[in-house]
Structures are given as structure tokens and as C-alpha cells.
Ligand binder design. Structure first.
Ligand SMILES: Cc1cc2nc3c(=O)[nH]c(=O)nc-3n(C[C@H](O)[C@H](O)[C@H](O)COP(=O)(O)O)c2cc1C
Length: 328
């Protein structure tokens, strides 16, 4: 059987298939099932800043009269955060005591600086690495692109300054110069970048003329955008690159490794098929490698990336050519 081990998050992983952060990775029993199924690493459900502040707001709204008391606000702020942290730290220590599969904590960070303290506690609880799920919403016209980009660098620098375990980031594709930004991010000292995180998106109900939530889970066709950018970025980054979104099969995972990814992160397929989806993907990767005569992932990793193959294959000119030659 082929050796499918890889390196990502600054860690040695037995498989390139990582269980991505989701509600499935928020419970110890489920995390252990994913570990048994052969996940290379498991990224725990994120601690969300919004979650913490939402709880704070709810409690305050039930205690009218106290809202304006700044001392109470400070005290309560501390208590709420401590409760959330304790729950999260227990999850880390519970799963760490039951599996040798690397456990990666995750923090969803946007603007607040308090989570830097969370990060230290997470390290103390025994997490093998930390993933920052970073997203500064580019929908605010008064927040300049320079300012948005700066937030990423400041955040990373602050976290790296206090952490000993490896720190990786998961980002979206919403940058004006995506390649330039990812390259600069990769030079900050982080151990890995995962492209691209997936969000709750709005959808419109035409019948009721209302705005609701779009389908939360990805489909097996949603991998095209991260695949293109994996092919373009993998040769430009100073740290490992992983991909997420729409990766549901071993075949698709192989496409990403050929494009230069060190690993893939999966969530939706776990909701569709359960943890055994990871076992199946590992087997598909290994079978294909045996069939092609590859012994390790490094034998073919990045062989079809933009730097190794034709530059044009990854560029928009192909798209123009396609439509230019066809009549619809
Ligand atoms: C129900 C659900 C919850 C998720 N929660 C988180 C989260 O807490 N933190 C995070 O970084 N990503 C979260 N994600 C995003 C996944 O980690 C993953 O990157 C994304 O879903 C794309 O992979 P997929 O196409 O395999 O689902 C969530 C995804 C789903 C479907």
C-alpha cells in the first residue's frame, strides 16, 4: 500500500485528508470516530467571537438597568468568555487523551483582540496546532482594502508572538490581489494556509419574496475555484497549502495534490456519508498511487501546478478560447 503521509499545520500527518472544522468536530465522540476513520488531523469546531458577544448581549438584555454599568460589563465579559474557554479546553484535553491523531484548535477571528488570550489557553490545553479562520468582511465601503489586509498581518503577528505551537490560517478568496496577498501571508511565519473557507450565504425565496439561507453543504462540483487557486498559488507560497470546499472524493483530493496542495480539508462529505468517507478517500488515494506506481505523495505533488505545467492551463485565456470556438 502506498504511503499517503504528508506534512501540514507544521505537523506530520498520516493522511492528507483532514476533518475540517464544523459542528461534527465539536464533540469528543465524533472527533474520535473521525480519528478512527483515518483522518490525518482533526480541526475542532471554531470558537466564534460572535458567539461570545452574542451570549453577552442576550444576558445583558435580560438584566435591564445593568447595561450601563461598565464594571458589571467588564466582569460579565470575563465570566462569559471563561465559560466558553473552559468548555473548549475540556474538548481539547478529552480528545487529546484518547487519540494520537493531531488535534488542531480553531479560532474564528475578525476584529477583537481578546482571542489572542484564548489562543494561549488552547496551547496550554494540549492542542497540536492552531488554525485561525480569518475573515474581515470586505462589504464595508469605509474600510479600505489596505486596512483590511493590515488586519490580517497584525492578527497573525500578535498570535505568532505568543504561541509556541504551529499556527495556520484559513482564508477566503476576497482579496483584490489574491496571489500577492497569499504570498505575503505565507512569509509571516505561519505553518500553512487553507483556501478557501465557506460561509453561510444568503439566498432568495422567489415565491415568498424573502431572503433566507442558501444550502450550507457543498456539492462535489464546488471544488473548481479552490482547485484553480491551488494550481496558481502552490508554487508561490513559503508555507504549505491545503484546500477546502467541494472535496468529496479521493479523486478530487488527488487533483488538489497534483495541483500542489499538501492536504485537503473536508466537512460536507462527512455530513452526507459520515466518517467512513475519510476511509474511502484514503483508500482511493492509495489505490490510485499503487496503480500509477507512486510510493509517496511527494512523487506527484505539484506536478500539475502552474509553475510545473503550462501557465496558460490555469489562466482565463482558456475560458475565452473555449467560448470563442463554440457556438451556443
Ligand atoms: C455545518 C458547518 C459548520 C462549519 N463550521 C465551521 C467552523 O466552525 N469553523 C471553520 O473554520 N469552518 C467551518 N465550516 C467550514 C468547513 O470547515 C469547510 O472549510 C467548508 O465547509 C468547506 O468544505 P466542504 O465543502 O467539505 O464542506 C463549517 C462548515 C459546515 C458545513
Amino acid at each position: 500500500m502506498a504511503n499517503i503521509s504528508t506534512r501540514f499545520f507544521g505537523l506530520d500527518l498520516k493522511s492528507p485528508v483532514i476533518a475540517a472544522s464544523s459542528s461534527m468536530t465539536g464533540h469528543a465522540e465524533q472527533v474520535l470516530r473521525l480519528a478512527e476513520a483515518g483522518a490525518g488531523a482533526i480541526v475542532l469546531k471554531s470558537i466564534f467571537e460572535e458567539e461570545i458577544f452574542h451570549e453577552l448581549q442576550e444576558e445583558l438584555s435580560q438584566r435591564s438597568g445593568l447595561n450601563s454599568d461598565p464594571e458589571y460589563l467588564d466582569y460579565f465579559d470575563y465570566v462569559i468568555k471563561d465559560a466558553n474557554i473552559r468548555k473548549y479546553l475540556k474538548l481539547i484535553s478529552d480528545v487529546k487523551s484518547s487519540t494520537t491523531v493531531p488535534i488542531v484548535a480553531s479560532i474564528n477571528c475578525i476584529s477583537s483582540s481578546d482571542w489572542v488570550l484564548f489562543a494561549r489557553k488552547i496551547e496550554e490545553a494540549g492542542a497540536d496546532a492552531l488554525e485561525l479562520n480569518m475573515y474581515v468582511d470586505p462589504a464595508n465601503v469605509s474600510n479600505s482594502s489596505e486596512n483590511i489586509e493590515q488586519t490580517y498581518f497584525e492578527t497573525i503577528n500578535r498570535v505568532l508572538a505568543v504561541m509556541k505551537i504551529p499556527v495556520s490560517i484559513k482564508i477566503s478568496h476576497y482579496f483584490s490581489n489574491l496571489a500577492g496577498m497569499v504570498q505575503k501571508l505565507s512569509e509571516t511565519g505561519i505553518s500553512g494556509i487553507t483556501i478557501f473557507n465557506r460561509f453561510y450565504s444568503p439566498d432568495i425565496d422567489v415565491e415568498n419574496q424573502s431572503v433566507g439561507i442558501a444550502e450550507i453543504l457543498s456539492t462535489p462540483h464546488d471544488y473548481i475555484l479552490p482547485l484553480r487557486w491551488t494550481g496558481i498559488l502552490s508554487g508561490l507560497t513559503s508555507c504549505g497549502l491545503a484546500a477546502t470546499t467541494g472535496i468529496h472524493t479521493g479523486q478530487t483530493a488527488l487533483k488538489f495534490i497534483l495541483a500542489g496542495a499538501s492536504a485537503v480539508q473536508v466537512a460536507s462529505v462527512l455530513y452526507h456519508e459520515g466518517p467512513s468517507a475519510i476511509t474511502k478517500m484514503n483508500q482511493e488515494i492509495s489505490d490510485w498511487m499503487d496503480q500509477k506506481g507512486f510510493q509517496t505523495l511527494n512523487d506527484f505533488k505539484g506536478s500539475l501546478s502552474q509553475t510545473e505545467s503550462s501557465v496558460q492551463a490555469w489562466e482565463r485565456v482558456q475560458f475565452m478560447k473555449y467560448f470563442g470556438e463554440k457556438t451556443f
